[in-house]
Ligand binder design. Structure first.
Ligand code: AMP
Length: 200
């Protein structure tokens, strides 16, 4: 089994590259942002709480987010075959909690793929995406806040995972296919890809 974390600022291409990695390695996709947006769309209690943070570009508190993730890992057997974590962890506390949760399930994070893109390019991409996404947080004020949160709370995870020898820095600019082949190469060099693609 292979557990990957796809890491990067908002707009760095995590969702797009996750889709390709899922097809290539048969991973189960957990996007915490999508899970929260689904709750908001269904008007659940959790959705109401999540909305109050997401619309301001702030992070959902660690304790709540870790609880959500733990339930997700337990709710679907396919997570045991390998997961791509997209949008989690976003803080050092979440990374430590993920390590513990996976260890309790006899597993670990095998590699972290970090998509690196300049802020000016991220802002351009997110404003373009905002025209069609309908996402309440793809507007300039919230984007600016999300980038600030990324640099202050999430970026320190690069160092955390570098120290664990798991961080793979990927240039996140260029065509989707070019970026994907750089990711595959990095994973192959690090010998973290499964020998046979895992079929779901
Ligand atoms: P994303 O779709 O990953 O860009 O996430 C959208 C928003 O959901 C973020 O700006 C946060 O408000 C919230 N969110 C998603 N994942 C997390 C997380 N791991 N921790 C805290 N908040 C999160």
């Amino acid at each position: 089994m292979l557990n990957l974390v796809i890491f990067g600022a908002p707009g760095s291409g995590k969702g797009t590259q996750s889709e390709l990695l899922i097809d290539e390695y048969g991973l189960f996709h957990i996007s915490t942002g999508e899970v929260l947006r689904d709750h908001i769309a269904r008007g659940t209690e959790l959705g109401k709480i999540a909305d109050s943070y997401i619309s301001k570009g702030q992070l959902i508190p660690d304790e709540l987010m870790i609880d959500i993730l733990s339930h997700l890992l337990d709710s679907d057997e396919r997570t045991r075959k390998g997961v791509i974590f997209d949008g989690f962890p976003r803080t050092i506390n979440q990374a430590k909690a993920l390590k513990k949760m996976l260890a309790e399930r006899g597993s670990k994070v095998h590699a972290v793929v970090g998509l690196e893109v300049e802020d000016s390019e991220l802002i351009d991409r997110l404003l373009k995406r905002g025209k069609d996404s309908g996402r309440a947080d793809d507007n300039l004020d919230t984007i600016t806040q999300r980038l600030h949160v990324y640099h202050s709370q999430t970026q320190p995870l690069q160092e955390y995972y570098r120290n664990e020898g798991k961080y793979h820095s990927i240039n996140g600019t260029g065509s989707i296919d070019e970026i994907f082949s750089t990711i595959k190469q990095a994973l192959e060099w690090a010998k973290v890809t499964p020998k046979e693609p895992i079929k779901q």
